[in-house]
Design a protein around this ligand. Structure first.
Ligand code: URA
Ligand code: SF4
Length: 212
């Protein structure tokens, strides 16, 4: 199966999944979207009202803010894979519960394995918790860490910054640092484009070229 087919298969399973109680109140499940070979994966918390209506991640107010944050860092929304730790909307946007997180974790793990991103940006404390158990987001936000073969950058959730104005400057500053962190991560993974030798055309790495 190609990576695209595997992601489509996961989405098909999520659409009929009844592994946790969130299936009872969902309208549409929200598996996530983006290129199957994305270098960067963003993981949020769970679908909200509009996501539950449309079946797509980050399409409401926090999605608009996220697109702006990405654009500010030189990234297009279409070139990153965006998903959530739970694929169905928690009622009234409450926090996902531990048994819901563990029930849904399998889908996220398969998405990560399939896409194999170099860099994972976590949005909010629930997706941060998957990679950095016990970390406090107020202490580690914006700080990149190597987790296994990947780099993980924990960020505040855009919705949190919309609701608590005090968090907004930190989120803006963390995204402003993102281009630098991405280059650091690529260098750390030996993926920085080598300087061209004399009389040699620069090698084009399509994954890196259109990023900045
Ligand atoms: N908040 C999230 O965490 N995810 C979404 O998809 C939308 C809002
Ligand atoms: Fe299944 Fe995840 Fe939806 Fe729960 S949130 S029903 S585990 S897809």
């Amino acid at each position: 199966m190609s990576a695209e087919e595997t992601l489509a298969q996961i989405a098909k399973e999520v659409a009929v999944c009844k592994k946790c109680i969130l299936h009872e109140s969902r309208n549409k499940s929200v598996p996530g979207e983006g290129p199957a070979n994305a270098e960067i994966m963003l993981i949020g918390e769970g679908p909200g009202f509009y996501e539950n209506e449309q079946g797509r991640p980050f399409v409401g107010a926090s999605g608009k803010f996220l697109s702006e944050l990405l654009a500010g860092a030189g990234l297009k929304r279409e070139e990153v894979f965006i998903c959530n730790v739970v694929k169905c909307r928690p009622p009234a946007n409450r926090d996902p519960l531990p048994d819901e997180l563990s029930a849904c974790n399998e889908y996220l793990d398969r998405q990560i394995e399939t896409i194999n991103p170099s860099i994972i940006i976590t949005l909010g404390r629930f997706s941060m918790g998957k990679f950095m158990q016990g970390a406090k987001i107020t202490q580690v936000h914006g700080q990149m860490r190597k987790v296994g073969e990947r780099f993980v950058i924990p960020m505040f959730h855009p919705a949190a910054a919309l609701h608590q104005a005090a968090l907004k400057p930190a989120l803006l500053a963390d995204f402003a640092k993102l281009p630098e962190l991405l280059n650091e991560a690529r260098a750390g993974l030996g993926r920085s484009t080598p300087a061209p030798k004399k009389n040699e055309a620069p090698k084009e790495d399509p994954k890196q070229l259109n990023l900045f």
